[in-house]
Design a protein around this ligand. Structure first.
Ligand SMILES: Nc1ncnc2c1ncn2[C@@H]1O[C@H](COP(=O)(O)OP(=O)(O)O)[C@@H](O)[C@H]1O
Ligand SMILES: Cc1ncc(COP(=O)(O)OP(=O)(O)O)c(N)n1
Length: 292
């Protein structure tokens, strides 16, 4: 019997729908995976900012994990906002209890508007309890700096930070480039324990509609891994997915609007995207990017 890949997000709810659980489930759906969710916190949030945070208690997180673990065949999963050390410990225990593999960790710390989505003292719990379970961890530049203790000021320090994060036990890391100062290119740097390095590069789009980029990217990666795609291909699709979502903004709300989760699929259906193979000096893995 043919069925869809079942994938899971363990993350916070964003009432504004652009980030968190909502972004993850939309992305899973768009990429043809069946999404399940464990809610770790409820945020009162819109495109203007985070107005309230209500973490779940550990028991509620455990019961959700058990509900999923005793019924579903989870092929890949991601974590997002985990908020405190108790939720992180419960999450790590659940992942081990059910033997879930292909774990993508988006180490969410600070929302774009500046709200803290992870207690400071919980950073250590992420590093010691969760990172060693990761197939891929997807920090943005500030998160990579916190996890590694290294200031990322150039490509050499970015690689050193990636190596320091790998030394915490993750199988692979991708340091996303949305926060870099490069005015033209948004470049994400992947490195794994075997020393494979991949640069995912795209044009940097001039847009304010960037709410939930990291959630969406890591959810796309999770969906593709859950569908059985090899890591390189999954990374490539995730980058294309977020590029399309940023390139076709919806202009919802009065602040940093959400990305457009349906844009990737719509572009493919309308055949307005073309796979462009760029020169290999631009892309270390020989892959190109779709242009929008
Ligand atoms: N202005 C932009 N143009 C193109 N890609 C972007 C832009 N901003 C972010 N991205 C891409 O979005 C993804 C998420 O990156 P980032 O914004 O750094 O994550 P986060 O939301 O966790 O801060 C990455 O693939 C990054 O390259
Ligand atoms: C509930 C919730 N989870 C995660 C985030 C952060 O999402 P991210 O993709 O990093 O996007 P921005 O906050 O940077 O727009 C969130 N805001 N809410």
């Amino acid at each position: 019997m043919e069925t869809k890949a079942q994938v899971l997000t363990i993350a916070g709810s964003d009432s504004g729908g652009g980030a968190g659980i909502q972004a993850d489930l939309k992305t899973f759906q768009e990429l043809g995976a069946f999404g399940c969710s464990v809610v770790t916190a409820v945020t009162a949030q819109n495109t203007l900012g985070v107005h309230g945070i209500y973490p779940m208690d550990r028991k509620a997180v455990k019961e959700q994990l058990d509900a999923i673990g005793t019924d579903f065949d989870i092929r890949a999963l991601k974590t997002g906002m985990l908020f405190d050390a108790g939720i992180i410990e419960e999450t790590a225990q659940g992942i081990k209890r059910y033997g879930w593999e292909q774990l993508v960790i988006d180490p969410v710390m600070i929302a774009k508007g500046g709200a803290s989505l992870l207690q400071q003292e919980a950073v250590e719990a992420i590093k010691t309890m969760l990172v060693p379970l990761a197939a891929i961890i997807t920090p943005n530049i500030p998160e990579a700096e916190v996890l590694s203790g290294i200031d990322i000021i150039d490509k050499a320090s970015r690689r050193m930070a990636a190596e320091a994060i790998l030394s915490l036990g993750a199988e692979a890391v991708i340091i996303k480039g949305g926060h870099s100062t490069d005015p033209d290119i948004a470049e994400d740097f992947y490195l794994d324990q075997q020393g494979t390095a991949i640069l995912l590069r795209s044009e940097r789009l001039q847009t304010e509609q960037t709410h939930g980029t990291g959630c969406t990217f890591s959810a796309a990666l999770t969906a593709e891994l859950g569908k059985g795609k090899p890591v390189e291909e999954a990374l490539f699709t995730a980058k294309e997915f977020i590029q399309a979502a940023l390139a076709h903004p919806l202009h919802i709300g009065h602040g940093h609007g959400p990305t457009h989760h349906a844009a990737y699929k719509e572009s493919i259906e309308k055949e307005v995207v073309h796979l462009v193979r760029e020169s290999s000096d631009l892309f270390s893995n020989g892959y190109g990017q779709r242009r929008y």
